[in-house]
Design a protein around this ligand. Structure first.
Ligand code: MIC
Ligand code: SF4
Length: 740
């Protein structure tokens, strides 16, 4: 790395930020010139790939068609998303092993065959397991999950992608990314009391909003950054996904060294110590950050107070001292029904020990939990260690239920017990995402996000209007008591321990291993290549839906009950856009079928057009496809005959996923043209025969009354991506390259 950093510095002609050092040392070919941020597409060679079970199925179904025997870089699969939380860890894991057997067997055997490390169900959530085992300072990885940037807590450029991108890297091909812009966040001071690392990102989300990080790496620096534990840094980087950031990162420091050592990687820490200056920004970046970053934010940790974000969006940030007033003003239900801590975002030893200290203090003061309370450990390593150290018992004393080491309620894998599903109700989590219906599938649930400490305090209080910094609670003797500030340990004083971490190494030679997919399976389906572009402009596309307002990947391809079909494209396509709001009637999953004039479900309507040999088009609003990396949100429309997605703006991962699958992802040149689209439109896309980078296309809206609107639409396709479109998808191109 040092040599590469030095030549990059010469090329760029000035001191470098940390991200620039890492990006330039991971180019797939040596650079001839410096790259323009936010403009140039660059080919990278990441060091590793991680995939979680819900996205790995589609990634590996694609990989197995590309003709290689083995993955080109170290890769792992993690079984975490498919475990449903119902009664508690032991029973829920047993049920998952049974109901998901076919999928787990598929993932285990395909991993074994192609040289991929396999983490069994119960081993933990992908991002925690990666942080504990694989992340390293100065490295670059991609992962098929949007919270992959969690590894930025150990100084790694770690980027969430769709499965097709993972296929590129596993196939040994360069991986392309637009050179990210850089946002610097200068942290001064030191946190104390009730404030924790989560509050940094809750604050940043409030500043930058769900779109503000799009196309950018967020680099945290300053003495405040060096005061935060490595896992706390991980939390901040993890939730950077919620502002659309490409990834977030911290510079290598003593906290990272300590974490590496405590997780059995002293050697990595020593190697990093040897090149420390290359794993931190150059000196002038600290002194004159505005010269190096496209945008700089500054936050004084001395004065940062805890935040509560939500409901329904992670960027609606309210300081805990203002919650009571906000609850009253907005009519949010103040009674807290369920408090959930843990997840990939916040389940470190530090988080758990600090939350446990609150519970212990509460019990000693005659208090108990006043809401349901669940704890999701991020990995078996953490779970085993916190059990040994008595924290699990403390949670159980106040009625806490420990769930399996898995995503569970974070991704709607939650059999919630609620008397009336239509009743407005409130939950609070220490997770990262809180879009409508995400956790329990209920539109009536107001989900808030906060630090594990604040979630725990609110569980004791039973209301989200509680401010533990100032408010008192009444105990079992009728006395008014105040909770003490949390205290905990960054790392376990007695060290980490685990009996079976849940890892299965792949066979050295996988040639003889068969990967079985039953032809009548409901959960797995081998992929057929998509058809190539027919060579003409697209004419007469029917408007399938004009989506109104927020349309996240949860609206496009819901998780929860649908996760079970992630390996079966045709079956999962039955959830396509069922959560999106139809602009014309404000309803979900009710759109006009232009062939019959009747209203029906979105997937059924798309299938009707497809059966009639007619293409369709989806129109959307701002930041379309924000949230998850799931490429199903792009593959489903592709499969159901949608040819183009035309929106006001896209979220990064989703836009790339569309391109990879051979779809047209277009944006209105004039955003107000969204209003010109009418319900009965037949739409033409003109200019495809001379489809060129940087040249807008034309869309003709043929209205029912015979009138027309011709509008200009932009695209961000480069030469390579235009090839994908023409070939019918990137995989068709890769297949022909690997075959050569
Ligand atoms: C999420 O948090 O939304 C998920 C579930 O982890 C997704 C991946 C998926 O949809 O499988 C993500 O963040 O990318
Ligand atoms: Fe799992 Fe939730 Fe983390 Fe996504 S955000 S990986 S669903 S725990």
């Amino acid at each position: 790395m040092p040599g590469k950093v030095d030549s990059a510095r010469k090329l760029v002609g000035r001191p470098l930020t940390l991200s620039e050092k890492i990006l330039y040392s991971h180019l797939s070919l040596p650079a001839g010139t410096a790259y323009n941020r936010g403009v140039d597409y660059v080919d990278f060679a990441p060091d590793r790939v991680a995939m979680q079970d819900a996205t790995a199925q589609m990634a590996l179904l694609q990989f197995m068609t590309c003709g290689r025997d083995k993955v080109a870089v170290p890769s792992t699969v993690h079984c975490d998303h498919l475990i449903q939380a119902k009664t508690g860890a032991v029973q829920d894991l047993a049920t998952a092993l049974d109901t998901n057997k076919e999928v787990y067997d598929f993932l285990a055997s395909i991993s074994n065959k192609f040289g991929i490390g396999f983490w069994k169900a119960g081993a933990g959530i992908i991002h925690q397991v990666v942080l504990e085992n694989y992340a390293f300072p100065g490295g670059m990885m991609i992962g098929t999950d949007s919270h992959t940037p969690n590894a930025g807590g150990l100084g790694m450029v770690a980027i969430g992608v769709g499965g097709a991108d993972a296929v590129d890297v596993m196939a040994g091909l360069p991986w392309e990314l637009k050179m990210p812009k850089l946002i610097g966040v200068k942290l001064t001071g030191k946190m104390s009391g009730w404030t924790s690392a989560k509050d940094v990102i809750l604050w940043v989300a409030g500043q930058l909003t769900v779109k503000g990080g799009t196309g950018a790496i967020v680099e945290y620096f300053g003495e405040g950054a060096d005061n935060i534990s490595a896992t706390g840094k991980g939390t901040i980087c993890n939730m950077g996904a919620e502002i659309g950031a490409t990834c977030s990162i911290f510079a290598y420091d003593d906290k990272m060294a300590a974490y590496l050592k405590s997780t059995g990687r002293t050697e990595v820490a020593e190697l990093a110590d040897g090149i420390r200056e290359h794993l931190r920004p150059d000196a002038d970046v600290y002194t004159n950050p505005e010269k190096y970053y496209d945008q700089v934010l500054e936050l004084n940790l001395d004065t940062l107070e805890p935040y509560v974000n939500g409901p329904f969006t992670p960027d609606l940030a309210t300081p805990v001292s203002e919650m009571k007033a906000a609850v009253e003003k907005n009519g949010w239900p103040s009674k807290l029904e369920v408090a959930l801590i843990g997840s990939c975002t916040n389940s470190s030893y530090e988080d758990i020990s600090r939350s446990a200290s609150i519970v212990k203090d509460a019990v000693s003061k005659g208090l108990k939990a006043n809401s349901e309370f669940t704890i999701t450990p991020g990995s078996e390593l953490v779970r085993f260690t916190i059990e040994r150290d008595g924290f699990i018992r403390q949670f159980e004393e106040v009625g806490g239920v420990v769930l399996a080491n898995a995503c569970g309620p974070c991704i709607g894998q939650w059999a919630r017990h609620i008397d009336d599903p239509n009743r407005k109700n409130t939950i609070i989590t220490s997770f990262n995402r809180n879009f409508a219906k995400r956790n329990d599938g209920l539109a009536s649930t107001h989900a808030f996000v906060a630090s594990p400490e604040i979630v725990t305090a609110m569980a004791i209080a039973g209301t989200i209007s509680f401010n533990p910094l100032t408010d008192t609670l009444t105990n079992d003797k009728g006395e008014k008591v105040k909770l003490s500030e949390p205290s905990g340990f960054e790392l376990p004083p007695k060290g980490f321990a685990v009996e079976d971490a849940g890892y299965q190494a792949p066979a050295a030679d996988g040639k003889g291993i068969n990967v079985l997919v039953s032809p009548d399976s409901k959960r797995l389906q081998l992929l057929e290549p998509f058809a190539a572009w027919e060579g003409n402009d697209l004419k007469g596309l029917k408007l399938l839906i004009k989506a109104k307002g927020k349309c996240t990947t949860d609206h496009i391809s819901m998780a929860g009950p649908w996760l079970k079909f992630r390996g079966h494209l045709d079956n999962i396509s039955n959830n396509m856009l069922i959560g999106a709001i139809n602009f014309y009637n404000e309803k979900t999953d009710t759109v006009k079928n232009q062939l019959t004039g009747e209203y029906g479900a979105v997937p059924a309507t798309a299938r009707a057009y497809k059966a009639a040999g007619i293409g369709s088009i989806v129109v959307g609003d701002e930041n379309y496809g924000e949230g998850s990396s799931r490429e199903h949100a792009a593959m489903e429309p592709r499969h159901l005959g949608v040819r183009a997605i035309l929106v006001r703006s896209f979220a990064r991962i989703h836009e790339t996923n569309l391109k990879k699958q051979g779809m047209l992802g277009l944006t209105f040149a004039d955003k107000s043209d969204y209003d010109k689209v009418q319900e009965d439109d037949s739409i033409d896309i003109v200019g495809l025969t001379s489809f060129t980078p940087g040249k807008p296309l034309t869309v003709v809206l043929n209205h029912k009354d015979g009138s027309k609107d011709e509008i200009s639409v932009n695209h961000t396709y480069n030469e390579q991506q235009i090839e994908w479109f023409k070939a019918g998808g990137a995989l068709n191109v890769i297949r022909s390259q690997v075959a050569k």
